[in-house]
Design a protein around this ligand. Structure first.
Ligand code: ACO
Length: 326
């Protein structure tokens, strides 16, 4: 059996940071940010009540409510996060406690930058397909602002915070999980952030800056507009579906509207099939896809039986895509 998404939930922090707010602290403008990225505003966590673990719990509770299940039915929780507030315990164990899941529920976290949600989703599906789980929670939660260098105008304006979650339940009528996952570690230097907890290096020149997100923006942009369309084409060939006729929506990682537009153009698919919420949230890394799914459901734009392509890309470099029936 393969799993079907039966519930979706999201949490975004209350504080909104607009492009004009950035223009007050950096040499930038609403016009530059909007034109280059499509972002108008993003949500910033307060870092006290809104942490990756607490936001993961909030999104999970909403997904469980949406699914209409008892938390005791959940037998696997996987949280994708690259910006955790906790090293131990895993955030999935915090979620387990806070939602009241049972003791024999498997819990672990995965880290794969922006494609983390898809990595977590494929992990959950593998557990379900191997008969090791029936009902799973798959969460993406990020506090990117903990890792932004607010003096680096080319990077910090891109990111926001938040969490999204889905409940995936084994369904005998579901087709096998169809996906491709790719990585290229030789291009790791394009997007980096070193762990701050390395006391032997604290006096090293440049170490403080290295512990914030560093990004070669143009290189990442070129990578995304080349590899993401190729990946989606390869997915359609591998699983024998037609991109025009057999896909209702393309749910892409929300990193830059120009990347999404370029992908649609290269695939020859109308941009109306590529929903976006980047203007409101910026790049929320592994949370961007489940938050977008949650909004589409709330707006009545996501209906049972719809065929979706999910695709994400980011640090690693890593890029993944799935073909799913909602
Ligand atoms: N405001 C005003 N000017 C700026 C800003 C800013 N916020 N940021 C950079 N500039 C300037 C630069 O200094 C440069 O000036 P110069 O020509 O005088 O040197 C000029 O604008 C152009 O800079 P570029 O970096 O070349 O601008 P580009 O058009 O490439 O846009 C951007 C930058 C938006 C970051 C783009 O490259 C991008 O979106 N890249 C992809 C990022 C991404 O998708 N990351 C996803 C993965 S994230 C993860 O995995 C954690």
């Amino acid at each position: 059996m393969t799993g079907r998404i039966i519930g979706i939930g999201a949490y975004v922090p209350k504080k909104v940071m607009t492009n004009d707010d950035f223009a007050k602290i950096l040499d930038t403008s609403d016009e530059w940010i909007t034109e280059r990225t499509g972002i108008k505003e993003r949500h910033f966590a307060d870092h006290i009540t809104e942490k990756p673990s607490t936001m993961a719990v909030a999104a999970a509770k909403k997904a469980i409510e949406d699914a209409g299940i008892d938390p005791k039915d959940i037998d696997l929780i996987v949280v994708a996060c690259t910006t955790p507030d906790l090293v131990i315990p895993t955030m999935s164990c915090v979620v387990q406690k806070e939602i009241g899941a049972k003791e024999d529920c498997g819990c672990f976290d995965v880290s794969s930058a922006c494609p983390g949600f898809i990595a977590a989703y494929n992990t959950v599906q593998s557990f379900i397909e191997s008969g090791n789980a029936k009902t799973a929670l798959c969460i993406g939660s990020e506090c990117n602002t903990n890792f932004c260098n607010f003096e680096d105008r080319g990077t910090c304006i891109l990111f926001g915070d938040g969490a999204g979650a889905v409940v995936v339940r084994a369904d005998e009528n579901c087709k096998r999980n169809e996906f491709i996952m790719r990585s290229d570690g030789s291009r790791a230097d394009c997007l980096t952030c070193e762990a701050a907890r390395q006391p032997d290096r604290w006096d090293e020149e440049g170490f403080k800056e290295a512990t914030s997100f560093y990004m070669q923006g143009r290189e990442v942009f070129k990578f995304a507009v080349t590899e993401v369309p190729r990946l989606i084409k390869d997915l359609s060939e591998k699983y024998n579906f037609d991109l025009e006729k057999d896909v209702d929506l393309f749910i892409l990682h929300q990193a830059n509207s120009r990347i999404i537009e370029a992908t649609a153009k290269k695939l020859g698919i109308g941009i109306e099939k590529f929903p976006m919420n980047i203007m409101k949230y910026g790049n929320i890394s592994s949370a961007s896809i489940p938050i977008l799914l949650s909004e589409l459901k709330a707006e009545g734009k996501l209906k049972p039986g719809m065929k979706l392509v999910l695709a994400s890309f980011g640090a690693g470099l890593t890029w993944n895509a799935n073909y799913i029936t909602y």
